[in-house]
Design a protein around this ligand. Sequence first.
Ligand SMILES: [Zn+2]
Length: 398
Amino acid sequence: MPPKRASTGATSSSKKARSSAATDKAEDASAPALPRDPRWAPVSGSANADMHYKTTMRSNPAPYSFQLMCQPPFDGGFVGQDEEEDEDEEEESSCDGGKTCLCTKPAAEHPDHPWKFSVAGRAKYFLQHVHCDLRDPDNFSMYTFNDHMAYGVLEVIQNLFLDYQQAADNFREQWAVCEALGLLMAGGRGMEMTMIDAGEQCEATLVLIGRLFLSMLARLERENLLSANSEILNLGALMGIYLIPSQFDMEFEGLRKETLGPKTDKKSWHPHEFASHIVAYARKYDIKLVVPPDVEDIVSEAKTDVHLPVPESNTGPKADPFGFGKALKTYSTKYGGVSRFLSKRSKAGTTPIGGDALDITTWTPAERKKFNFDGKDPFGREEIAALKRGDMLGISQG
Ligand SMILES: [Zn+2]
């Protein structure tokens, strides 16, 4: 499949995306340039996709308003959902990206519809597919090393950890990151990460995802935004979605009980039991979980005696009762990022997390030729020029 400029929308054609890129540029001309994140290589499809998100959200008058989504945005239903249900879903599917379906309509038009996402969260989620595609050698007729794509998905997830942390002073942006990460895991694409040959890192990543989301809920609690009629319109849907990563068959060995901050509250928790804590928040605030199929058991089996942090003890700007910041540091030191040099058996834990080392667009033409089935660079001159210009390059899924 030749690389094409793709769009962030699920259904737009690459032709359409090309013109929308030109429109973005015109809008950006008047605004100051956004700083380039140092995590990206000098030429990088990931960097371009990230910048595309930031500039389009900056020019959007209401990036954190909620829109309807006609159905969860996964071709195959929720990960773990049984196949028969998948087939039914496909037959019923009539999503055309908002032309006739509910997608992108204001949430207020159908207050009872369960699937609503923020404009930013939806955009960020679709962008994660671009990021994953750029890290899949199959898309470029290349073979590099076993599990390149699975490690690539891990790299994408790690970037979302960094995005969440960088948005610390904008909790609505943090919620958008949670939406993107939750959907990525629930739709199965994120779970491709579990194919890596490093079970412990996989588990640590899943637990960190749960911890990230709990730190978000604690923040929303402090903002008085946890309630049945919160202005965060998809609380119940996202809380249901985050139960999914807890379902995976993991040992979760060696994870110790931790203090649920601050120490003086004498509360504690087990990070791998994050699902029980999500359910506990739902119970505490009477939030109706929109429960994906096969997850109801998690809700009924959730421990009822788990602790939740005391909001009054966590009022400072640095409050982090579930210890996400510290855990991210530990995770980064212990496991580090993934790098292309995995093919040469270098050790994990020696590179920063996230970034774009497994994004094929960051490799040199010589490197790409070396791993390409026909010994050619899968990118032509025009595509390389587009990458250097900052255009978003994705894979046409048509
Ligand atoms: Zn739709």
